[in-house]
Design a protein around this ligand. Structure first.
Ligand SMILES: Nc1ncnc2c1ncn2[C@@H]1O[C@H](COP(=O)(O)OP(=O)(O)O)[C@@H](O)[C@H]1O
Ligand SMILES: [Mg+2]
Length: 428
């Protein structure tokens, strides 16, 4: 079986790594991939952009590829699945209509409201003046959200109404045509990703990610500085509620809209102090870096699950099997991320880290031909993600950081508190 994978982050490297564990996978082609996928046997990077759907179809046809797996949200929102389906190509990832669940927060909110899925109450506005007048009559804290893909920069949790109003002005000035003003929720955040073929839905292990740049959860929001799984806050009883109160009705609401949703349905949840799960947002793809923590724990062959979703026969699959223990994933970033940072810095020590038994997933890296063979250099803000497994959190944490110590590049920055404290930490 040959697979084409779209994307170039740590999430994609983790998906490729997991797929390649299976002898059944003869080859994977990545569009465009990164330095990590370039170095893997049976894997090849293609010089195409993630929106070159026609280019991908040519490769799929010439190379007899059986499945296309889409990593990031952008090509999904642009309709990659719709296009490939017209060419009779199997795809893991929802159609453009389905991808609205992430690409339009107002669309997702109205779906949740109609299906009575627990979520923060919200109002949608098309102009700054009305939105600001509404906020003036509310009590802070209050949440302002851009309606549209914003690469993690569209949400402001405002502690004053003035801050909320400034956020509203900023979004309309930056060409967003709608904003949501949302009720502020407190509690613990958790990511529950589920696989679905449009009819059946199977949750993966719950995970928690560390969104803030600084230790102790301070500083700006990032794409994610680390993650761990499974998150013990999601007990089996809570997972059952999440399935019954969130996933099942969401899938039904999608079907009611005649959306054949095949891919990942990712629920970003707030577990309120009363212990109730409420949806903060949905994403239409695997999370990054949650995937780098979840997939190393997966025992079931990933291609069985992805193919079953694409072919709509997930119900036939045996229950998903997981390795015991926990995974801690630490992101190594370039100083200055998520704003401006330098690229092209030489990376050393990965082999030494890997010899300790951890996974080093590449995100922003590039394999450059050099005088003495290939050189690996930095090529993005989030550069690497180091995942260690352990019997418990202390072990996994210690192992991940011992491996991180082996790796070096100029300006390397990482949080030292992934998996021990901060977001969602509960006594274990
Ligand atoms: N209603 C809310 N109450 C409190 N915090 C929120 C709320 N909605 C979002 N947040 C915070 O803002 C972050 C980003 O919001 P989210 O809806 O996940 O948007 P995105 O991931 O697209 O930026 C969340 O992870 C959460 O920390
Ligand atoms: Mg989010």
């Amino acid at each position: 079986m040959k697979v084409l994978l779209v994307g170039n982050g740590g999430r994609e490297h983790a998906i490729v790594w997991k797929l390649l564990q299976s002898k059944r996978i003869r080859q994977i082609m990545c569009v465009p991939g990164n330095g990590g996928t370039a170095a893997l046997e049976r894997c090849q990077n293609l010089p195409l952009t993630i929106d070159d759907f026609q280019g991908m179809v040519r490769f799929v046809e010439v190379h007899n590829i059986s499945l296309v797996v889409v990593g990031p949200e952008l090509p999904l929102a642009l309709g990659i699945t719709d296009y490939l389906k017209t060419q009779e190509i199997k795809v893991f990832g929802p159609t453009k209509e389905g991808a609205q669940i992430e690409a339009s927060k107002s669309w997702a909110k109205s779906l949740m409201q109609q299906a009575k899925i627990p979520t923060a109450s919200a109002a949608v506005f098309q102009d700054a003046k009305t939105a600001k007048a509404y906020v003036a009559a509310q009590v802070a804290p209050i949440v302002v959200k851009a309606d549209g893909l914003a690469a993690g920069k569209g949400v402001t949790v405002a502690s004053t109404t003035e801050e909320a109003q400034a956020a509203i002005d900023y979004l309309f000035e930056n060409k967003f045509r709608q904003v949501l003003i949302e009720e502020y929720l407190t509690g613990q955040e958790v990511s529950v990703l589920a696989l679905t073929d449009g009819l059946t839905i199977r949750p993966l292990l719950p995970a928690q990610d560390y969104k803030r740049l600084g230790e102790g959860d301070i500083g700006v929001n990032t794409g994610g500085m680390g993650a761990y799984a499974p998150a013990p806050i999601v007990t089996p009883a809570l997972m059952k509620r999440i399935e019954q109160e969130i996933f099942t009705p969401t899938l039904a609401a999608l079907r009611q809209r005649r959306i054949d949703y095949r891919g990942v349905l990712y629920a970003g949840l707030m577990i309120t102090p009363a212990g109730d799960p409420k949806v903060l947002e949905f994403n239409c793809r695997f999370g990054d870096p949650e995937t780098q923590a979840i997939l190393p724990l997966l025992e079931t062959p990933l291609e069985d699950l992805l193919l079953a979703c694409a072919e709509q026969r997930l119900a036939e699959q045996p229950p998903i099997v997981w390795k015991p223990g926990v995974a801690v994933c630490v992101v190594l970033a370039a100083t200055g991320y998520p704003e401006s940072y330098q690229k092209g810095k030489l990376i050393t020590g990965i082999e030494k880290a890997e010899a300790m038994g951890v996974n080093v997933f590449h995100a922003g890296t590039r394999l450059k031909p050099g005088l003495s063979g290939h050189q690996l250099t930095t090529d993005g803000g989030r550069v690497l993600a180091v995942t260690a497994l352990g019997e418990n959190f202390q072990q996994a944490h210690a192992q991940a950081y011992a491996a991180v110590e082996c790796i070096e590049f100029e300006g390397m920055y990482y949080r030292r508190d992934i998996g021990v404290a901060g977001v969602g930490w509960v006594e274990r």
